[in-house]
Design a protein around this ligand. Structure first.
Ligand SMILES: Cc1cc2nc3c(=O)[nH]c(=O)nc-3n(C[C@H](O)[C@H](O)[C@H](O)COP(=O)(O)OP(=O)(O)OC[C@H]3O[C@@H](n4cnc5c(N)ncnc54)[C@H](O)[C@@H]3O)c2cc1C
Length: 329
């Protein structure tokens, strides 16, 4: 771990004054690990824990505003979230461990980085180390020919196939969340679908934040009346493990037909993977097993697995069918 400067401002303006060179420290559950591994080497850490961003508030529109410093546990156990955005509560509670969720924040969860072993290996991207374009552009991607059982089947490029690890983000993708940010140039709002970037030729650019921008809030739209939502996560062991495949579903059924459907997949994409293909298959159709299987076929049709993660295609299909059955039972 390299030495660094540390500050703990109490206002957003003060926090932004060190930008863009500084790195924000929230719960520290990802950043400190990565600093110990020398994957992240910030010269300045701005501890944002005193900023007034820890509230969950109702919006006049009927939606919910979640401060970037709301702890994952507080969000998951919030009564409004449990009742009106169950998929979000379930997704968060399926991740990490209670201790980690008590520290982890919404902002940090949005910005957590891949668990690809080559990315986290201290020597990757350095001469003699494994290639990792995310760490050091131009050094290659060791996962392409190496260990890639847990890697992505959607959104990959020949530069990077690392999976986005978040559960919370999969639910937020299905809920059409909006991310509010503030930086040296002012405030702006980013639709959730545009926040995380595909690797393409620039896998080191993971999100739409400009240097020095701080995530301030996440807004959830008004819940869809009569809708039910479910998150299901499949993994190598039942707890304290990242998803091999997961699905977040929000559906509204009337007279046996699906009037509203939002679907997102986790554990399979280089970013939280919204499936417009599945949604199109579900819209207006009878809520039965045949429809769910068609939707799952459509969702996985464009998947591009590699040798060791081919199983993820069938796993994700089954995961989505099962989630739809649970949401419509
Ligand atoms: C052992 C282990 C198991 C885990 N299992 C899971 C799992 O199963 N599912 C899952 O989804 N996650 C899992 N996680 C990841 C966990 O959810 C994240 O570590 C956590 O959400 C990060 O939040 P944090 O507040 O601690 O972020 P930090 O570590 O403080 O920060 C992470 C990144 O976000 C940036 N950042 C933080 N807040 C802001 C902000 N407001 N604006 C701009 N930048 C910001 C930081 O600069 C840093 O780059 C696991 C983590 C560990 C250590």
């Amino acid at each position: 771990m390299q030495t660094f400067r540390y500050s703990k401002p109490s206002s957003i303006d003060q926090a932004l004054s060190g930008a863009p060179a500084a790195k924000f420290l929230a719960g520290g559950t990802t950043l400190v690990d990565l600093m110990k591994l020398n994957v992240e080497q910030p010269q300045t850490l701005v501890d944002i824990n005193l900023l007034p961003l820890s509230k969950i508030e109702h919006l006049p529109s009927g939606g919910l505003r979640i401060g970037a410093l709301v702890r994952n546990s507080d969000l998951a156990w919030n009564t409004d979230v449990k009742e009106s955005y169950a998929v979000l509560s379930q997704a968060i509670l399926s991740g990490a461990s209670p201790q980690l969720r008590n520290m982890a924040t919404v902002g940090g969860n949005l910005l957590q980085r891949t668990r690809c072993a080559y990315f986290r290996e201290p020597a990757s991207g350095t001469p003699g180390g494994y290639g990792c374009n995310k760490r050091t552009p131009g050094t290659g991607c060791a996962a392409l020919q190496g260990l890639h059982r847990t890697h992505a089947v959607f959104g990959t490029s020949n530069q990077c196939i690392a999976t986005h690890p978040s559960d919370m983000c999969v639910a937020m993708a299905a809920l059409d969340a909006e991310i509010h940010v503030q930086g040296p140039k002012g405030k702006r709002t980013i639709p959730f679908a545009d926040f995380h970037k595909l690797p393409g030729n620039t896998p080191h650019i993971e999100n739409a934040l400009e240097p020095g921008e701080l995530v301030t809030y996440v807004d959830l739209p008004k819940p869809v009346e009569g809708a039910r939502s479910v998150y299901l996560k499949l993994r190598d062991r039942a707890s304290y493990e990242f998803a091999l495949a997961s699905a977040a579903v929000v559906v509204r059924i009337e007279s046996g037909h699906i009037l509203y459907a939002r679907v997102a997949l986790g554990g399979v994409g280089t970013k939280p993977w919204r499936s417009h293909e599945a949604e199109a298959e579900l819209q207006g159709k009878p809520a039965n097993a045949a429809t769910f299987h068609k939707a799952a076929e459509a969702a996985l049709a464009a998947a591009k697995p590699r040798t060791d993660n081919t199983f993820k295609v069938e796993l994700a299909r089954r995961c989505l069918v099962r989630t739809l059955k649970l949401a419509t039972a």
